[in-house]
Write a protein that binds this ligand. Structure first.
Ligand code: MEZ
Length: 535
């Protein structure tokens, strides 16, 4: 329910609606984008970052909350552990049971490898199910992977690792077909062609969706498929440290059974980290659209064995998180709402940014409107927000569009007495995605032999800013690539004695760098003490 003051302000939105409908709002020039990003994007707030004191990326800036975890003690420090009698012995160990982990498991299994998936929560509890609006793939006659590539690179400010962006787009059409053939129920026209829309920064309509629960639909099918193929998956068993062999190759992981608090050893010829993102670290105090388990565990595990981080200083704030009501503060309002024509407006009912600017630019423009120009709308819980004029959607596409294409959004707001077909909603940026992660090559390999990374924990594909729908694509493309490569490579791996010497070395490096901390990492689950995580 809106307050009486908000109802008064909504009248200003209604007053400008018809006139706005016929007017295209101009896009920003490159110079304007640069200016708003530098002045208002949280990536440019110096106080949000600090340089790492140890490890491969020593001296590089990362968010302070991540630095605290990278400079923390191992959970295994001082813990004697017998590595000679592993509880599990497999060809491919996959750490993480979201979309990337499941896709990797399917491909590795298809190559005859014995696969084990271990996951912190339940198989499928992951950021994949939080992605709503769609998955990109250049499979329409007016489109091509080359055009998709240009969009990906433009969105990432041309900082992306070119070979990774190329792999992403090249495999795009095949990824959509693979999912469709497995049974993902994409939105289709009566003749069976896929319904596609634009996202921010796309030059073609290539966003394939299952209404506004695309990630959940993809995960439904992948999880079924993992179970159908009898791939072993162990829930509530996060990896807390990687294991190497005497030659420094990845050779498994130490798992923590969350129920019994026991540590168990999993030995593996190849290891794929697919642990997802970091939203639950609430960088700079932002709320998050992320899953409960998104605590950067993979970055910590990978960094401790010497894998390199790239673009760890660039975070994606989704422009439209819920600003009101407080019960769903920070939850995702899918970009598809803007793809379908809803526009962001200030307190005077004026549009201030083109509705499909890339996410970093749109988020910075919203922050500027609220805190730079004082044109935001005050919410009852201290924060600010801007209007997203959702009734425009049905004026553009016809009655029934919201119910059909945004049923999740409609239901979410209805619970609080808000009908987004009739009234605009209040939004503000929410922490959504880590643009960077552990550096991989086209096969998902890191610089540590036999260690792969796929999904949000991997870095380089999106450069400094990811476009909508390229994350669902990346978990499929790089999950499959890593699974296929690891599934083949394991045949030639002969492991030597397992060791955790790198943990002792890391502890020594902490001491040598003068880091004094009683924190332990990986965090595993967020703490919600006093509104933010603290160890
Ligand atoms: O790619 C995403 O992050 C996505 C599809 C989110 C959304 O707005 O729905």
């Amino acid at each position: 329910m809106f307050t009486a003051e908000m109802r008064e302000l909504i009248k200003k939105v209604e007053a400008t609606r018809t006139q706005r409908l016929g007017t295209a709002f101009p896009r920003m020039s490159p110079e304007e984008k640069d200016e708003v990003l530098k002045a208002y994007h949280p990536d440019y707030r110096e106080s949000g970052f600090r340089a790492l004191s140890l490890g491969v990326n020593r001296g590089d800036k990362v968010p302070v909350e991540l630095a605290d975890l990278l400079e923390a003690n191992s959970r295994l420090a001082g813990q004697p552990l017998d590595l000679s009698r592993p509880a599990y012995d497999v060809d491919v160990l996959i750490v993480g049971g979201g979309g990337a982990g499941a896709a990797a498991a399917l491909e590795a299994t298809a190559r005859g490898a014995k696969v084990l998936v271990v996951t912190k929560l339940r198989l499928g509890d992951a950021n994949t199910v939080m992605a709503e609006g769609g998955i990109q793939g250049a499979d329409k006659p007016d489109d091509s992977p080359a055009l998709h590539y240009l969009d990906v690179m433009g969105g990432g400010h041309y900082t992306n690792k070119k070979e990774l962006a190329a792999a992403l787009v090249k495999d795009g059409p095949g990824a959509i077909k693979w999912l469709n053939d497995l049974g993902v129920m994409f939105d289709k026209e009566k003749d069976g062609t896929m319904v596609t829309t634009h996202g921010g920064g796309t030059s073609r309509k290539r966003m394939h969706a299952a209404a506004d629960y695309t990630g959940a639909e993809i995960m439904r099918v992948l999880r079924d498929e993992v179970q159908n193929r009898r791939i072993e998956a162990i829930d509530f068993s996060p990896a807390v440290e990687l294991i190497l062999d005497a030659d420094g190759k990845a050779a498994g992981a130490v798992l923590l059974n969350l129920e019994t608090q026991e540590y168990l050893v999993a030995r593996a010829k190849t290891v794929i980290l697919a642990t997802g993102g970091a939203g639950r670290l609430h960088y700079q105090g932002f709320p998050t659209s992320n899953h409960y388990g998104a605590t950067a565990d993979g970055l910590v595990l990978g960094y401790r064995v010497g894998a390199e981080l790239v673009f760890a200083d660039t975070i994606q704030y989704h422009p439209t998180g819920v600003a009101y009501p407080a019960q769903i503060f920070g939850a995702l309002v899918t970009e598809k709402v803007r793809s379908l024509g809803a526009t962001p407006l200030n307190i005077d009912g004026e549009q201030f940014v083109y509705h499909l600017e890339t996410r970093d630019v749109a988020a910075a423009a919203i922050i500027r409107e609220c805190y730079g120009r004082n044109k935001g709308i005050q919410t009852p819980t201290e924060g600010q927000g801007v209007w997203l004029d959702t009734p425009l959607i049905e004026m553009i596409h016809g009655e029934g569009t919201i119910e059909k294409r945004l049923p999740g959004m409609l239901r979410m707001y209805r619970k609080f007495g808000i009908d987004l077909r009739k009234d605009p909603i209040l939004v503000y940026p929410t922490l959504h995605y880590q643009n960077g992660g552990l550096l991989i090559d086209e096969h998902g390999r890191t610089s540590i032999p036999n260690l792969y990374v796929a999904g949000e924990a991997a870095g380089g594909i999106h450069g400094r800013n990811r476009l909508m729908g390229n994350s669902l694509l990346d978990i499929i493309v790089f999950g499959r690539r890593a699974g296929a490569h690891a599934g083949e490579a394991c045949r030639n791996v002969r492991l030597k004695a397992l060791t955790l010497d790198h943990v002792a070395k890391y502890q020594q490096a902490l001491a040598d760098s003068g880091v004094v901390t009683d924190r332990v990492s990986p965090l595993v689950l967020p703490h919600y003490t006093h509104g933010r995580h603290e160890d």
